[in-house]
Design a protein around this ligand. Structure first.
Ligand SMILES: Cc1c2[nH]c(c1CCC(=O)O)Cc1[nH]c(c(CCC(=O)O)c1C)Cc1[nH]c(c(CCC(=O)O)c1C)Cc1[nH]c(c(C)c1CCC(=O)O)C2
Length: 341
């Protein structure tokens, strides 16, 4: 995985899956029932280490991703957060500069100390040769949840603040940039070998706003992290960026880019700089579907990206209804690759 991120072309590309740990695994559901709330699970290193290791035991991915959530960052800034069963995350929204006064950095690292401890333990607990991935949400996506207070269809509150009061909204983005850079540095210092920035809602912005709220804040985080840890590769995942993927890889400063399911791997291979490592992009629903369709789609991606530095992954996270057997089938296809002439 680290060789691929450094620009090496591997005959068998390394692989891991976004949300490789989680509710599709019976052993996760069992432990989750014992842990209490989802946040209790994230902040308990014993549980979080165990959950991180669960998919590795079954499938031997080339990388382990820290088990946590992107929303621990607003939580550690003092924003109340709960995960409601079947409804997803709920936060007390911040919608203007006045609301920002309710946030504080004072207990940021103290709240996140169990996450750093989880990373520390994982760095020795994962198998030799397996890469440890740390992560954070990118500022735009974190702001989406902080301002909307939940997932959203239209992102009207966060967009109206960003478009109508860019200076005020910029204060929120600045805060997220600074604490996220610190958070990623602490993960690296605890043993994360690469970090991924999840920008799940990058795709809802028009082009000028995309530059201002996706590319620029990402570039600033990358610069802050690189100042301390120049050799740690940073993967950017601007989900839904479409044509703006080109600007993103040119200007955000990231070392590798995650492709979502809507990007053609053939287009990516032709268009993005040939030495830029790419990661992706099997449709998670294809994995849930399985069978011949899964096999064909997987091989198409492998073929399209075989000649460049590449990390196989999904184009978004594993969905809950995925049969664990399908992940085993995918793993076999990837291990046997390249299997022809
Ligand atoms: C937007 C986002 C979130 N969290 C994350 C993102 C970015 C990626 C993406 O777009 O999916 C990232 C994330 N969330 C989780 C991880 C763990 C590592 C991994 O295995 O990938 C990672 C990297 C665990 C999780 N995060 C969450 C779960 C489910 C919690 C449970 O057990 O009930 C897990 C395993 C909860 C969560 N967390 C979030 C939502 C919207 C939800 C609810 C939706 C859902 O329930 O699937 C916010």
């Amino acid at each position: 995985m680290l060789a691929a991120l450094a620009g090496e072309v591997r005959s068998r590309p390394p692989f891991w899956l976004m949300r490789q740990a989680g509710r599709y695994l019976p052993e996760y559901r069992e432990l989750r029932a014992k842990a209490g709330s989802f946040l209790d699970l994230c902040y308990n290193p014993d549980f979080a280490v165990e959950v991180t290791l669960q998919p590795l035991r079954r499938y031997g991915m080339d990388a382990a991703i820290l088990f946590s959530d992107i929303l621990v960052v607003p939580h550690a800034l003092g924003q109340p957060l709960a995960y409601l069963e079947g409804e997803g995350p709920k936060l007390d929204p911040v919608r203007n500069v006045e609301d920002l006064k309710r946030l504080s950095r004072d207990r940021f690292h103290e709240t996140l100390a169990p996450v750093y401890e989880t990373v520390r333990r994982l760095s020795t607990a994962i198998p030799e040769g397996t890469t440890l991935i740390g992560f954070a949400g990118a500022p735009w996506t974190i702001a989406c949840y902080m301002v909307e207070g939940a997932g959203s269809k239209e992102y009207a509150h966060v967009k109206r603040w960003a478009y109508g009061d860019p200076v005020g909204f910029g204060q929120l983005i600045d805060l997220i940039v600074e604490v996220t850079a610190d958070y990623l540095c602490r993960q690296i210092e605890a043993g994360a070998e690469t970090v991924q920035l999840f920008d799940s809602w990058a795709g809802v912005l028009p082009v000028g706003e995309f530059r201002r709220w996706v590319i620029e804040p990402t570039r600033r985080i990358v610069a802050l992290v690189k100042a301390k840890h120049p050799n740690t590769p940073i993967i950017g995942f601007p989900r839904g960026a479409g044509h703006a993927y080109e600007d993103y890889v040119a200007d955000a400063g990231i070392d590798a880019v995650g492709l979502d399911t809507t990007v053609s791997p053939v287009w990516a291979a032709r268009t993005l700089q040939p030495r830029l490592p790419v990661q992706g992009n099997l449709d998670p629903i294809m994995l849930a579907t399985g069978g011949k369709a899964l096999e064909t789609a997987t091989r198409d991606i492998l073929e399209a990206l075989a000649d460049r530095p590449f990390v196989f992954n999904l184009g978004h996270g594993v969905i809950q209804s995925t049969p664990p057997d399908h992940v085993a089938a995918l793993t076999r296809i990837l291990r046997e690759w390249p299997d022809r002439g």
